[in-house]
Ligand binder design. Structure first.
Ligand code: PMP
Length: 391
C-alpha cells in the first residue's frame, strides 16, 4: 500500500537510541532537546491569560496562510536588528516549526532526482525530508569549521549541479561547527555562479556563549531561503518558526503551505508574539539561556579534557547544543562504546546516522544542554570507564 518514495526513507535510528536513554539512572547526552527548566513558563502563562481575557476571538480563529502580520513584522525587524541587511515582512512566512519549512522547501523546489548538497554529516531531519522527496545527495565533507568549500567548488567545477545547498552555518547539528565568514562568502559566490539556492537553517545562532557572531549568509546573497525558529530560544512545543523567501518564490510557498495546513496555529502565533514583543523580556531570556547553557558547554569540554585527551578528538563549539567527537585510530567504534556506555548508565548518539551516505563509525555526538554541570562531569567520567572496558 505504501508509496514508493517511502522506500528511501530510513527509520530514525536516533529514536530507537533515545528509548534506551529514558531508563531511570541513565544520564543522557543523547537527546537534542532544549532544557525544560529554562522554559519561560511564567511569561507564557501570563501571555496566555492576557489572550484569553482580552480578545480571545481572533486568537482562536482561522488566520492568513502567510502568518499573522504583526508576527511577520516582528520577525523582519528582529532579523534586521540582529543581522543587518533588509529583511522585509512580505518575505516572511510563518511555519509549523522549521521542520515544516524544510518540508515546504522540498515540496516547492525538488523534482525526483534533483540534487541537494549537504554537509557530511548533516541534520538528520533535513536528510529525511530530502529523501522523502526523492532527491539525490551531493555530500560535501566538513571539518571543524563546517563545509569544505574547496571540495564543493571542485565538484561544481567538475560538473555537479545541485539545485539546493542545505547548511546549518551556526553551531551545526550534529557537529557544533560554525562556518567562518570567508566560507560563507564563497558559498554565496558559488550559488551565484552555478545558480543554486542556499537553504540557511539557523535554529542555534542566538545561543552563542563565547566569541563573535558571524554574518548570516542571507545578508551576503539574494539566493538564500533562511529558516529560523522559536523552538530553541523559547519553547519547541508551540511549533512556531519562520522562513524568509526570495520574492519570486514566495507565491509558490504560499500555495503549498495552504494545501498543507491552511496556516500555522493562530493561538500559538499570538502566544509567541505576546511573549516576545517585549524585546527586553526575550533578550533577558536568551541571555539567561546562554548563561545556563554556556556553563554546561564549559563543563562538558572540561570533563572531556580531563578524561579523553589523547584518545578522542572533539571540537569546542562556542554555542548551540552539541559537541562532536571522533575516536582516534585504534579506538572502539562509537557503536561499541555506546553499548558499554549504556551499561554504565550514560548515553550519547553514535554519529553514523547523521551522514546522508556512508557514516563514519568512529564519530559520536554529545548533547550537553539538559544536564547540570556536576552531572556532566559524572557522565563523562562514566563514559571513560565504558571506554576503558572496550578499548
Ligand atoms: N533544523 C535543525 C538543524 C535542527 O536541529 C532542528 C531541531 N532539532 C530543526 C531544524 C527543527 O526545529 P523546529 O523545532 O523548529 O521544527
Amino acid at each position: 500500500m505504501l508509496a514508493g518514495r517511502l522506500d528511501r526513507v530510513r527509520s530514525n535510528a536516533i529514536r530507537d537510541i533515545l528509548k534506551v536513554t529514558e531508563q531511570p539512572g541513565v544520564i543522557s547526552l543523547a537527546g537534542g532537546l532544549p532544557a525544560p527548566e529554562a522554559f519561560p513558563v511564567a511569561e507564557l502563562e501570563a501571555a496566555a491569560l492576557r489572550l484569553f481575557r482580552t480578545d480571545p476571538g481572533p486568537a482562536l480563529q482561522y488566520s492568513p496562510t502567510d502568518g499573522l502580520a504583526p508576527l511577520r513584522e516582528w520577525v523582519a525587524a528582529r532579523l534586521t536588528a540582529t543581522h543587518g541587511g533588509s529583511f522585509r515582512p512580505e518575505h516572511v512566512l510563518i511555519t509549523h516549526g522549521s521542520q515544516q519549512a524544510l518540508d515546504l522547501v522540498a515540496k516547492v523546489l525538488l523534482d525526483p532526482g534533483d540534487i541537494v548538497a549537504v554537509d557530511d554529516p548533516s541534520y538528520l531531519g533535513a536528510i529525511q525530508v530530502f529523501d522523502l522527496f526523492e532527491a539525490r545527495f551531493l555530500t560535501v565533507p566538513a571539518d571543524r569549521e563546517g563545509t569544505d568549500v574547496d571540495v564543493l567548488a571542485a565538484r561544481l567545477a567538475a560538473g555537479a549541479r545541485p539545485k539546493l545547498l542545505y547548511t546549518v552555518a551556526n553551531f551545526q547539528n550534529p557537529t557544533g561547527a560554525t562556518l567562518p565568514l570567508d566560507r560563507r562568502r564563497r558559498l554565496a559566490g558559488l550559488a551565484e555562479e552555478y545558480g543554486f539556492l542556499i537553504v540557511e537553517d539557523d535554529p542555534y545562532g542566538e545561543l552563542r556563549y563565547r566569541g563573535t557572531p558571524v554574518p548570516a549568509i542571507a545578508t551576503l546573497s539574494e539566493r538564500v531561503i533562511r529558516l529560523g525558529t522559536f523552538s530553541k530560544i523559547l519553547v519547541p512545543g508551540l511549533r512556531v518558526a519562520y522562513m524568509t523567501i526570495p520574492a519570486a518564490l514566495y507565491p509558490a510557498f504560499i500555495k503549498v503551505k495552504q494545501a498543507a495546513d491552511l496556516h500555522t496555529s493562530t493561538f500559538a502565533q499570538r502566544l509567541v508574539l505576546e511573549t516576545v514583543s517585549e524585546a527586553a523580556t526575550l533578550d533577558a531570556h536568551i541571555a539567561r539561556l546562554c548563561e545556563v547553557y554556556g556553563e554546561r558547554n564549559a563543563a562538558v569540554l572540561a570533563a572531556l579534557d580531563d578524561h579523553f585527551a589523547g584518545l578522542v578528538d572533539w571540537n569546542r563549539p562556542e554555542g548551540g547544543m552539541f559537541v562532536w567527537a571522533r575516536m582516534r585510530e585504534g579506538g572502539p567504534s562509537a557503536h561499541t562504546l555506546w553499548k558499554a556506555a549504556i551499561a554504565h548508565q550514560v548515553a550519547f548518539v553514535p554519529g553514523a546516522p547523521f551522514y546522508a551516505m556512508d557514516g563514519d563509525a568512529a564519530t559520536f555526538r554529545l548533547s550537553f544542554v539538559t544536564v547540570a554541570p556536576d552531572r556532566l562531569a559524572e557522565a563523562v567520567g562514566r563514559l571513560r570507564a565504558a571506554y576503558d572496558e572496550v578499548a
